[in-house]
Every structure is written in C-alpha cells, then in structure tokens.
Design a binder for this molecule. Structure first.
Ligand code: UGA
Length: 582
C-alpha cells in the first residue's frame, strides 16, 4: 500500500489522514505546531468534527498513524505528501500563500536527501497557476531535483464540508486530479483506487490549472446558490403568504437546478466561502475580468445576518435594554468552528442596539468566549439561555433547537417571541401561538397594528364582563368589544360589538384611555381604545353558545384576559377608590 504524509493538520489534513489510516494506509501527519502534534498523538483532535476522534484512536492504536514536527521524517517515510495547510486571506481579501510556500520549501529540503521518487499533492485551495508557478519552482529549488523526473506534482481539490467531513472523505461525489504529468496522475489515481477499493467515485483527470479553478468555481457556485435563495427569501418576506421553503422546493425539483444548497437562512459563513470568493474576485481584477456574480453573492451575504435583527425589531420593537437570546453560534451545526460565523454579526449588532444578549451553543461556547469576551452571558443550556428572555433568535440549526415547541418557549420566556433564522420550525405551529418571524416567510400582515375598542359598562357600582369560550380568550373574562372594522368609526364598532355580545344598546360617553396592548394577541400589535359607556336600552343576554355575560361587583372581578385587567384596575382606582374610601 502507498504510504502517505500530510503537511498541515487542520480540518482537511487531520480528517483525511485518519480516514486513510482507518482504511489501512500508513499515514504520517506533520505540523509546525508542537502542542497540536502532541495533542493529536495523545488522541485528541484540536477541533470538533464528528467521528474524527474515534478514527484517530483507531489509527493510533493500530500503529498506522502518528504525527511529527519533523518534515524530513514525514517525507522520508511516505510515497505521497499532501499539502493541507491553511491559505488565509489578507485584509484586502488576497490569498496568503506563506504556509504553502513554507511547506514546498520543507518538502524540497527533505526530497534533496531522499533517493526514491516522491509525489507531492497540493490540496490546500490555491489560485489557478499557483501549483505550477509557485509550488513547483520552490520544490525544485530546495530539492535540486526536476519535477517530472525525480518527483511528481498534482493539485487535488478537497470538497469536505465541516460537520460531515468524514462522510465526505468516504463518499465524495467525484475526485478531481490535476496533474503535472501522466506519471503523477497515475500514482494519485492508484492511491484512490486502493482507498475506495472497487467503488471509486467518478474521477476527472486534467491539468493543474483546471483543477485549481474547479475548486474556486465550485465554492463560488455553492455560495451563489445560497445567496440566490436568500435574495428570494427577502422578497418573500415582503409578500404576505409567500414562503421561500415552498419556492425552493418548487425550483429544486427542476433537475437543471437541483434541491441542494437552497436552504434560505441567515447567510453562509465558515472559513472557505468568503475567503475563496474574495480571492477569486481579486484574481479576476488582476486578469482584467469582471466577475459580477461573485460580487453580488458577497453583497447579498454581507447583509443577510442583519435581516435577523430587523425581524427581531419587527416582533418586539426597540431592543434597548431587552434581553435577547441567541441560539447557535457555530457557523453551521456539528462543528465548534466560528470562523466567519453569522452569529458574530448578529451578536455584535444586538449589543450595538443596546440589547442584553445571552448565547448558547452545544459546541462553540469556548470559541465564542474568545470573540465576545464578557459582553454576553454564556448559558449552559437552552433553557438557561431563553429563561426570562424577550426574543430568541435561531442562528445555527442544531438538532436540539428543533425539539423546542411553542409551549416550551411560552413557559420559559418573558415575552414568547422567536425569530427563526434557519427555518427549523413549522411556521403554522408557531405563528398562531407566539410572536414569530421566519426568514423567507411573508407574514407582514401580522405586524400591522390592529385597533380594538372596549367598553366599561357600570351599573350600581358593578362592571359588565364577557366570557367567550374561544381561543385565545378561553376560560377568561374580558371587557365587551372587538376589533374595529375598516368601514366603521370606533364608536360604531363599539356599539355594534357590545350589542352583539351582550344584547345591550350602549352609548360611549367618556374616553377612559388609549392603550398599547402587546399581550392582547400574540401575533398582532394591538391598540385598544377604551370607553366608559351608559346603557340606553336592551336586556342583558349572552349571544351565541360560547358566550357568557355577567355584572361583577368591584371586589369580585375574576381573572381577566390579557391586559384588560390593568385597564380595569386603573379605571376602578381612578373612578371608585376615592368613593369607596368615603
Ligand atoms: C464548503 C463546501 O461545501 C465544501 O465543498 C468545501 O470543501 C469547503 O467549503 C472548503 O472549501 O473547504 P463548509 O464551509 O464546511 O464547506 O460548509 P457548507 O456545508 O458548505 O456550509 C457553508 C455555509 O453555507 C454554512 O454557513 C451554511 O449554514 C450555509 N448554507 C449552506 C446555507 O445557508 N444554506 C444552504 O442551503 C447550504
């Protein structure tokens, strides 16, 4: 079997290495970071990625995998070296090749003292031309050997997704081999034939530059798909009844479009997309080629996280002094990675707006502490995070958040309000029970304030109340009245509603007050106008099977619906308290 070494033990390097060792390959990992090497050799991956810890311990126990800080040891004891170091961006969005160059030099030096042929495979994402024009000359210079004769060279892009990287190594859609020459490609293909043992994924063999461009085009297209559906989501939100989930399903069934990567949300994050798109954009500029779709993809994504803040304000109003809970911090589920995570923008904006922020994430809390310091409260559980809060925002779609029902939110929160930034909840279920907004769900109609009018009817020092046994009033007494119809005046509505509910014809004679009553209905902002009324005529009777009407003595007023209790208490103390004292 071919022996393999990896230069760079980040997500891609370590995950691939332990998968190869698991399939019986002899694998050596090299990294310049001694503490990382020691941690890995002790069986602990330096990041969270499902299954990696398990596979690492298999590799270590079978003696098939170990790590070193000695590059020569790694090259000497392998036939193929993968370069899997980071290619971060500089502040202008250009790709920083320092680690790739350093690896090429180290490999070159090691090859100088190696007699056997060796294959070098660049797997870090690098711009078209880099393998040929930067990596190759450096290896040649430091090894004093000629590429093609004494060593081979390939570019072999990776398409691993964090959170499912192990599965992606074992089941890739395809393998792309960019080869300097035939011999180099043959060796790499042989390695994959051995690894996939009879079930080799579709393989494309091409030159270096195509393979390098495939990686960028691939990430750019994926990011563009997500930005596209987020753009449509923003439009849906302005159209009552529109739902991006249905639109995405509809277009996804067109085979030319496909169903994947059409999940609207708070925007894409992670270590790759923005870095790669910015690098590609700059690369285009240097080559005098405009790439307007890449520009638009970045632009849509830069503002998408702030949609969650707008939605929060739409359902709970001003954020100053309000307690807001952020559920999910990692850039996607099943990782602790917060690089370029949407949550960073969301939390910072909430803090700017004066909100008190509590955060929870099953895996990313430690990384979050490095970013937010003591500006937020770190909760140890979902319950702790949302307790007493006035709005919960779903920023990352961890499975444990899906289990939360409206009742749990209602029970724990001060104001049950949820912004679903990842479309994990059944909209119908939530929208009727609490204040709710979801990305791409057009429910603007619920935010239109409704105008209600209520009557306080007094007779012999008693007050008339109504019980309607329908949701959301069920079992509770309230003041007679209802929502103002748009072709009526407030007083017309009042007279009509009171007569329909109680059989009494009344006359409003004194305005008691105008109240903003957010708790009157969980899905509408309600303004209530309240009048004291006198009875003109009619006989008290309940109208409809589900209604009761009754006069109550001031001291016996039962539990009232919503904030009618406050209206009534204020009215009674202003009108009767003095009298009663006398
Ligand atoms: C991405 C690519 O998917 C990999 O193929 C590639 O190898 C990798 O970048 C890389 O260049 O190294 P990754 O960033 O780990 O992988 O994660 P993705 O699953 O692609 O998710 C990226 C972001 O897009 C996440 O924030 C995710 O929440 C978001 N996303 C994804 C959506 O908002 N909607 C979707 O439909 C899909």
């Amino acid at each position: 079997m071919i022996a393999v070494s990896y230069f760079g033990l980040g997500h891609v390097g370590l995950t691939s290495a332990v998968c190869l060792a698991y399939r019986g390959f002899k694998v050596i990992g090299f990294d310049v970071d001694l503490s990382k090497v020691e941690t890995i050799n002790a069986g602990k991956p330096p990041f969270y990625e499902p299954k990696v810890e398990e596979l690492l311990s298999v590799g270590l126990n079978r003696g098939l995998f170990h790590c070193t800080v000695d590059p020569t040891e790694a090259v000497q004891n392998s036939d193929v070296t993968f370069i899997t170091v980071g290619t971060p961006s500089d502040p202008e969005g250009n790709i920083n090749l320092d680690q790739v160059k350093e690896s090429a030099k180290q490999i070159g030096k090691a090859l100088k003292v190696k007699s056997k042929y060796h294959l070098v495979v660049v797997r870090s994402t690098v711009l078209p031309g880099t393998t040929e024009n930067i990596v190759k000359p450096l290896i040649e210079e430091y090894s004093e050997k000629k590429c093609g004769n004494e060593f081979g060279l390939c570019f072999n892009p990776e398409f691993l997704r964090e959170g499912s990287a192990v599965n992606d190594v074992f089941n890739p859609d395809r393998i792309i081999i960019g080869e300097f020459d035939r011999q180099s490609g043959d060796i790499l293909e042989k390695l994959y034939i051995e690894f996939y043992a009879g079930d080799v994924p579709p393989t494309i063999r091409t030159n270096l530059v195509n393979a390098e461009l495939i990686k960028y085009a691939n990430n750019a297209f994926l990011a563009m798909k997500v930005s596209f559906i987020n753009m449509i989501a923003n439009l849906c939100q302005k159209l009552p009844g529109a739902d991006v989930e249905i639109v995405a399903k509809g277009i996804g069934l067109d085979k030319r479009i496909g169903p994947h990567f059409l999940k609207a949300g708070a925007g894409w994050g992670g270590s790759c997309f923005r870095k790669d798109l910015e690098a590609l954009l700059n690369f285009g500029l240097k080559n005098n080629v405009e790439l307007p779709l890449i520009e638009a993809t970045l632009k849509v994504n830069a503002i998408q996280p702030f949609r969650l803040i707008d939605m929060t304000k739409e359902i709970i109003g001003n954020l100053r002094g309000r307690k807001v809970s952020v559920l999910g911090l990692a850039f996607k589920p099943e990782t602790d990675d917060m690089r370029d995570a949407v949550s960073i923008k969301v939390v910072k904006k909430l803090l700017d707006e004066g909100a008190k922020v509590s955060v929870y994430d099953p895996k990313a809390l430690e990384n979050a502490k490095k970013i937010f310091g003591n500006q937020v409260e770190y909760a140890k559980s979902i319950e702790e995070c949302i307790a007493g809060s006035e709005c919960a925002i779903i920023v990352t779609e961890w499975d444990e958040f899906r289990k939360l029902t409206p009742d749990i939110y209602i029970k724990l929160m001060r104001i049950p309000a949820v912004v679903d930034g990842r479309r994990i909840y059944n909209v119908e279920d939530f929208v009727t029970k609490l204040r709710f907004a979801a990305v791409g769900y057009g429910q603007m109609k619920y935010y239109n304030p409704a105008l209600a009018v209520n009557a306080i009817i007094c007779s012999d020092g008693r007050v008339l109340l109504v019980k309607r046994n329908i949701e959301p009033f069920k079992g509770l007494w309230s003041l007679p009245g209802g929502f103002v119809e748009h072709d009526e005046t407030v007083e017309e509505t009042l007279v009509r509603e009171v007569e329909e509910e109680t059989g009494l014809k009344v006359k409003p004679h004194r305005l008691v007050g105008v109240f903003s009553s957010p708790l009157r209905s969980p899905i509408k902002q309600v303004i209530t106008i309240c009048y004291e009324c006198t009875i003109l005529s009619g006989e008290l009777r309940a109208c409809g099977e589900n209604t009761e009407v009754k006069f109550f003595a001031l001291d016996d007023i039962p539990q009232l619906a919503f904030d009618h209790g406050k209206i009534l208490r204020d009215y009674i103390s202003a009108t009767f308290d003095e009298e009663r004292k006398e």
